[in-house]
Write a protein that binds this ligand. Structure first.
Ligand SMILES: Nc1ncnc2c1ncn2[C@@H]1O[C@H](COP(=O)(O)OP(=O)(O)OP(=O)(O)O)[C@@H](O)[C@H]1O
Ligand SMILES: [Mg+2]
Length: 321
């Protein structure tokens, strides 16, 4: 069963030079209980997609498509209904979460305000809150501090607690490990895993540019390229048998320990993603694709190949999704 169904979603940025098509016709689902990883290089639209589901603010504009969480279309809600849904049904740990807390309020006040907005009493949640703070290794004394008094790592963990305090159906975590060293990364991943296992959230969207991290935590992954879906599949299938030339290039460019740079055929992906203000009719990866052929002048639809979905003309014989 699906908890989230996104259909042909378009989220653009209004700029002085026109619309930047950051998320341009993206469709995918998140199943109940699963962890969906979203990966792709910087600027491909991961944050726009995650934020756009929870909190759209100018210059981001919804330009089409739908996103259903259970029976509610997130794109058709006024601010008041959205505020009610946030934290209860869908919640986000934003990229740069460490800076997401209001610096002028004590942590207790921040949490009290959140609970008040959701018509819940702080006194009734106090025990749960202390329990959860302990789980992530924070002393309840921090409740009397201002965000600035905590280290970046502590603030990051605190945002993990706040965003899951009301047990959302779906949690979106956006690059929560990118500013951390490798061993702290591991702790954060383990904590998130524990939180999910304990039922703090049902399903998880885990956004990262780091495919090796995704391998540790995701059930399925969606690879994005320049605002579009390149490929979706089970993590093991994607790693063992990447279909899209971009997914292949991403996996091929992962450095491996024990192999020195000059000995490997390690290839980056040459060139740059297209300018999102000037998107033409061709496949967006065409200019960088080693497999490009004449068909690629037209943007490909999505084809189903076994359990994978891939947006590439090489798989034209597959069933169109
Ligand atoms: N406020 C904005 N105004 C105009 N364009 C924007 C704005 N925010 C983001 N963009 C553009 O939208 C595109 C997608 O950005 P987004 O932040 O979603 O990418 P990302 O995949 O999350 O990248 P990263 O891995 O660096 O976090 C980029 O080309 C970016 O320049
Ligand atoms: Mg981002």
């Amino acid at each position: 069963m699906e908890i989230l169904q996104v259909k042909d979603l378009k989220l653009y940025y209004k700029t002085l030079y026109g619309m930047a098509k950051a998320v341009d016709g993206v469709s995918f689902t998140v199943r109940k209980g699963e962890t969906l990883g979203i990966a792709g290089e910087s600027g491909c639209g991961k944050t726009t997609l995650g934020l756009g589901l929870v909190l759209r603010k100018p210059p981001m504009v919804w330009c089409g498509g739908q996103a259903f969480i259970e029976d509610t279309d997130l794109m058709n809600l006024d601010e008041k209904s959205m505020r009610k849904l946030r934290y209860e049904k869908i919640s986000i740990i934003p990229q740069y979460a460490m800076d997401a807390l209001n610096p002028t309020k004590k942590i207790r006040q921040i949490i009290q305000d959140l609970l008040k907005e959701h018509k819940q009493r702080y006194e009734e949640k106090q025990e749960l809150l202390t329990e959860r703070l302990t789980l992530i290794n924070l002393n309840k004394k921090i409740l009397d501090m201002y965000p600035i008094e905590l280290s970046g790592g502590m603030r990051q963990r605190l945002v993990m607690v706040i965003s899951t305090l009301l047990n959302p159906k779906l949690l979106i975590s956006d690059e929560i490990t990118s500013a951390l060293d490798v061993s702290t990364q591991k702790t954060v991943i383990q904590t998130l895993y524990q939180m999910k296992k304990k039922g703090f959230m049902d399903s998880l969207i885990f956004i990262t540019h780091d495919l090796s991290l995704l391998y540790q935590i995701a059930d399925r992954v969606m690879i994005m390229y320049a605002g579009k879906v390149a490929e979706i599949g089970e993590i093991q299938d994607i790693v063992d048998n990447p279909l899209h030339p971009y997914t292949r290039a991403l996996i091929g460019s992962l450095p491996r320990i024990g192999v020195r740079y000059h000995e490997t055929k390690l290839k980056g992906i040459h060139g740059y993603p297209p300018n999102l203000l000037k998107i033409g009719p061709a496949c967006r990866f065409k200019e960088r694709c080693p497999m490009a052929f004449n068909k690629c002048e037209e943007n490909p639809p999505i084809f189903r190949v076994n359990a994978q979905e891939v947006a590439c003309w090489l798989y034209e014989e597959g069933e169109r999704v």
